[in-house]
Design a protein around this ligand. Structure first.
Ligand code: GCO
Ligand code: MG
Length: 409
């Protein structure tokens, strides 16, 4: 069976720029893969249409590893977000086709499932513990048990603190905060002084929930260390991205702190994790599937981490398409060291474009047992949701400190 065509589908049903690849074959069986680099989506389209498509047309669909290597090495220079997202879309689509050819769900291709469902966490945000508490209660009523908590600090550009939309599964924060051109100044000390007592207040009202907070590499390493120490008593599920990839070595200083650390959504290649894993600097690896180059490297990374007792917590925000979320589900079902899965509650427009979005029941992700990743796209519906206008076409506008210097977003 040969690859006969490749289509790149750009759509934004929930207002977030998504890129999905459709691989077609001479048997008529097709496969889908997520290639979403939501900040520079059009670069991925060019990489696929102009470079990877001519490279892989006519290849055998079942030579997934060989095709992955061919794509990975085709640019000589490698491991960037554009090429890896492009590769990821094609790679996942080939695994989807293999599942459909064999008539089995993708988790069967990864060695079969070791669990029947995945525990999840959802995003909640708000100005303070009171507002966030109300949202937690409404999501608890839907069965959710773990919450990623972010604060909208007055007069400060706060990560993860935008508006929220109602969905059939509960309230979901949007990503509009990320795209605003008028970002308030960022003050790291004020941030830490505001957030720690709010988290303590929340824990006092919700002693049993899984609490997650994402520092999003915005604090200087020393302050992030202090922050991790000051929330030790709260027994967080994990504290995310206390440092940036550029300061990865500083994670050595977190050794001995009981707050579990999660890290890695910004890392580009699975071998980048080897130091973090070998040193056991983290409890959870947070790879962004498409940033890594897809399902093929994500499987290798999960197995590498398993050998060191480190769990997976794949990056699953709204700028991963439902096709990518389906891959998270199948990988999590089949990997022994699965930890937790970040989920995004898709809006009704996404339900119109994507058929087979992974179901969440009582806060657990459950498979639909269809062949491959069990998800399809309605290309006519997808066309109804073109990328929204934005002066930077989706890139992240700069955020500055009071002294004018730029921070990592
Ligand atoms: C998370 C992430 C995301 C990123 C976003 C960037 O933990 O979910 O940090 O929210 O900021 O994916 O586009
Ligand atoms: Mg994060």
């Amino acid at each position: 069976m040969k690859i006969t065509d490749l289509k790149v589908i750009c759509t934004a049903p929930d207002g977030i720029r998504l890129v999905v690849v459709k691989v077609e074959t001479d048997s008529g069986i097709t496969g889908l893969g997520c290639a979403t680099f939501t900040q520079f989506p059009l670069t991925v389209v060019t990489a696929i249409d102009n470079y990877l498509k001519p490279l892989i047309l006519g290849r055998k669909v079942d030579e997934i590893n060989d095709t992955w290597q061919a794509m990975y090495l085709s640019g000589y220079w490698r491991n960037g977000p554009v090429l890896n997202n492009a590769i990821a879309g094609i790679d996942q689509a080939l695994w989807d086709i293999k599942g459909k050819v064999l008539g089995v769900p993708a988790f069967q291709l990864f060695g079969g499932k070791v669990r029947n469902s995945l525990s999840t966490y959802v995003h909640v945000n708000g100005v303070d513990a009171k507002e966030i508490g109300t949202k937690i209660i409404s999501l608890q009523e839907r069965g959710f048990k773990n919450f990623r908590i972010q604060f909208a600090i007055p007069k400060m550009s706060s990560y993860g603190a935008g508006s929220s939309i109602p969905t059939k599964l509960g309230i979901q924060p949007t990503q509009d905060y990320r795209l605003s051109l008028s970002q308030e100044p960022w003050e790291e000390k004020r941030y830490a002084e505001y957030v720690v007592p709010q988290l303590k207040d929340l824990r006092s009202h919700f002693p049993k929930i899984g609490m997650i907070h994402d520092l999003h590499e915005r604090l200087s390493p020393e302050l992030a260390l202090e922050f991790a120490k000051s929330v030790e008593e709260l027994k967080l599920f994990f504290l995310e991205d206390p440092v940036s990839p550029e300061n990865m070595d500083f994670l050595e200083n977190f050794r001995g702190i009981s707050t579990p650390i999660a890290f890695g959504e910004l890392l580009n290649v699975w071998t980048d994790f080897s130091r973090v894993i070998k040193e056991r600097w983290v409890s959870y690896i947070r790879c962004h599937l498409t940033q890594l180059g897809g399902v093929t490297p994500a499987l290798k990374l999960a197995h590498l981490a398993e050998g060191f007792g480190i769990k997976t917590a794949l990056h699953g925000p709204g700028d991963v398409s439902p096709v990518g979320h389906a891959a998270h589900l199948h990988l999590g079902l089949a990997t022994e060291n699965f930890g937790i899965q970040e989920v995004y509650l898709h809006g009704e427009n996404s339900e119109r474009v994507f058929k087979g979005i992974p179901e969440i029941e009582e806060g657990l992700l459950v498979p639909n047992h269809r062949p491959g990743f069990g998800i399809e796209i309605d290309e006519e519906e997808a066309k109804k949701f073109p990328f929204p206008e934005h002066p930077l076409n989706g890139a992240w506008p700069e955020i500055r400190r009071p002294d004018g210097s730029i921070i990592r977003p």
